[in-house]
Design a protein around this ligand. Structure first.
Ligand code: ZN
Length: 200
C-alpha cells in the first residue's frame, strides 16, 4: 500500500483538530481550504494568528482583552466606575454590551474556580479585582459568573472576600429564557427565577 501521508498537510490537519468543536473531518476540510489559498492569503491567515498573540493582552484595570493599555470600556469616560460587573470570560462582556443596558465597568476573571479541573482562585484575576476595590470608589459588584456549579462557587468565594471591604455584592438574576416554557425549566433555573423576581 502506498502511503498518502504528506507530512506538512498532516501537521496542518493536526493543528485544526486541536481547535474546540473541530473533529477530524472538519479539520481536513479546513486544511484543504488553507492549502487552496494564495500565498498572500496564507500569509495573512498565519499573520493574523501571530499578530493576535503578540498584540492582545489583559487590560491593566479590568483584565479584559485589549491591544492597548486599557480596554474600550475602561477608556470610556462616560462609564460609571462605581459599579463593577464580574464575568468569567471576555465573551461575556461582549454579550452584556449587546444589551446596551449597562453603563458600568467590568472585571474579567478568565475562568471559574473548579477544583476538578485544577483551577483555583489564584489562577483567576481575583487579586486584580480586590486591588480595584481597594483604591477606588466602587460601591457595587455584580457577580455575573455563569449559573453553573463552578460559577456559583466562584461568586460565593468572591462575595466572601468583598463583603468585609464594605462593598455591596449582588448576583445577576437568572430566569426563564424569553420564549421558554416553565414546564421545561430545570429546578435551579426556576428557583433562581423566583429569587430574582421583580415587581411589575
Ligand atoms: Zn478594562
Amino acid at each position: 500500500m502506498p502511503s498518502y501521508n504528506v507530512a506538512p498537510l498532516s501537521r496542518l490537519i493536526e493543528q485544526f483538530e486541536r481547535l474546540p468543536g473541530i473533529g477530524h473531518k472538519s479539520a481536513q476540510r479546513l486544511a484543504y481550504y488553507v492549502l487552496g489559498l494564495s500565498k498572500e492569503g496564507a500569509a495573512n491567515f498565519a499573520n493574523a494568528i501571530l499578530e493576535a498573540h503578540e498584540k492582545i493582552h489583559y487590560c491593566k484595570v479590568c483584565c479584559n482583552l485589549t491591544d492597548q493599555e486599557l480596554c474600550p470600556v475602561c477608556r470610556d469616560k462616560d462609564r460609571d466606575p462605581s459599579i463593577i460587573c464580574v464575568v468569567e470570560d471576555p465573551r461575556d462582556v461582549i454579550a452584556l454590551e449587546r444589551t446596551h443596558e449597562f453603563n458600568a465597568t467590568y472585571h474579567v476573571l478568565h475562568g471559574a474556580i473548579s477544583p476538578l479541573n485544577g483551577v483555583g482562585p489564584e489562577q483567576l484575576c481575583i487579586k486584580e479585582l480586590l486591588a480595584r476595590i481597594g483604591n477606588s470608589e466602587v460601591q457595587e459588584v455584580i457577580m455575573a459568573t455563569n449559573p453553573t456549579v463552578e460559577g456559583e462557587a466562584t461568586a460565593m468565594y468572591i462575595s466572601r472576600l468583598l463583603k468585609p471591604l464594605g462593598v455591596k455584592v449582588t448576583r445577576l438574576a437568572y430566569g426563564i429564557p424569553v420564549g421558554g416554557d416553565l414546564e421545561y425549566a430545570d429546578e435551579v433555573t426556576l428557583s433562581r427565577a423566583i429569587e430574582g423576581r421583580s415587581e411589575i
